[in-house]
Design a protein around this ligand. Structure first.
Ligand code: SF4
Length: 316
């Protein structure tokens, strides 16, 4: 879908949702805006549904693969990233998208979230970030700001919030962006850029949870507390061989993130660097080939896999 045909915002009413979305998510849930954007982005990026996979962990967000007509896998809590890396490395022809929540990705799966940056596998991580573990009744997640009171905790949050995008930049993610769930047009444009980016991309999507975090995640609150990056901000590295440019673009993005507050958060693409050093390129250098594209039988169906070396190695 051309992005100029996508409405700026989408009012999420029960009437605007499909019966599946109504069954899966509360009325007005930002996840419904995200699934619209994911569908738009898959169409807008020209992806073949047969060669697209959506992977999720556990949480309200993680029901998304059930609602998009591509391949999908709903995995374990905090484990969506290693599943997605395995799928992509086994079959590099696939476009692999992760849709998971903030608790799932930055809490339970924090180790995988950081380690993914060391590899730079060509996968896309879309994080539905509502500040709470909504599926389990609204406990504070790692992105809930300190002193914020939400329904699922008896006192205001005593912990400080993580800055996941700062962590992503420092860990080695090569595309780092933020958007919000009620702006379907902005989400779609950023997701298309993330999908087309070669390398590990993260899009943190500030997501409305009208049930457990209604005060700080309503469409009105987001419109008052988010601001699009200025037109003259350019986080894209033009020359991937220029280490000074990469360093400076990272510093610029980190400075923006450190200076912002929950009262005024930037949306847009903060950092983009097509680093040729992907995990896939490291495997090629070691002459390790992905298994799925390899032929396992000749034209007569006879196996052409030579297991002799493996059998010899295992024999006692
Ligand atoms: Fe959405 Fe919150 Fe309801 Fe979960 S609990 S479906 S995140 S509104």
């Amino acid at each position: 879908m051309p992005t100029d045909q996508i409405p700026e915002t989408k009012t999420l009413t029960p009437a605007s949702l499909t019966s599946n979305e109504l069954n899966d998510w509360c009325p007005g849930c930002g996840d419904s805006g995200i699934v619209m954007a994911v569908k738009n982005a898959i169409a807008g990026a020209g992806l073949d549904p047969h060669k697209t996979v959506i992977v999720s962990g556990i949480g309200c967000s993680s029901k998304l693969p059930h609602l998009v007509n591509v391949n999908g896998i709903h995995t374990l809590h905090g484990r969506a990233i290693p599943f997605a890396e395995g799928i992509k490395l086994a079959n590099p022809e696939l476009t692999v998208i992760i849709d998971s929540g903030d608790g799932d990705t930055y809490g339970i799966g924090a180790g995988h979230f950081v380690s993914a940056g060391r590899r730079n596998v060509d996968i896309k991580l879309f994080v539905h970030d509502n500040g709470v573990y909504a599926l389990t009744k609204g406990q504070a997640s790692p992105t809930l700001p300190e002193e914020t009171k939400v329904k699922g905790i008896p006192e205001p949050n005593i912990n400080g919030a993580l800055s996941p995008l700062s962590i992503a930049i420092l860990a080695g993610y090569t595309f780092v962006a933020r958007t919000q769930s009620y702006n379907v047009k902005e989400q779609t444009e950023i997701m298309i850029r993330a999908i087309k980016h070669k390398g590990l991309a993260i899009v943190d999507i500030l997501q409305g949870c009208p049930t457990y975090n209604p005060e700080f995640t309503s469409a009105t609150w987001f419109s008052q507390h988010t601001v699009q990056l200025p037109k003259d901000y350019d986080g894209s590295v033009k020359d991937p061989t220029n280490k000074e440019e990469v360093y400076q673009k990272k510093i610029n993005a980190l400075k923006l993130l450190m200076e912002e507050t929950p009262e005024k958060m930037n949306t847009g693409v903060l950092f983009e660097f097509e680093d040729p050093d992907t995990f896939e390129s490291r495997l090629i250098k070691r002459n390790i080939k992905p298994p799925i594209p390899q032929s396992i039988a000749d034209e007569n169906g006879k196996s052409n896999v030579d297991l002799k070396g493996v059998i010899d190695e295992l024999s006692i």
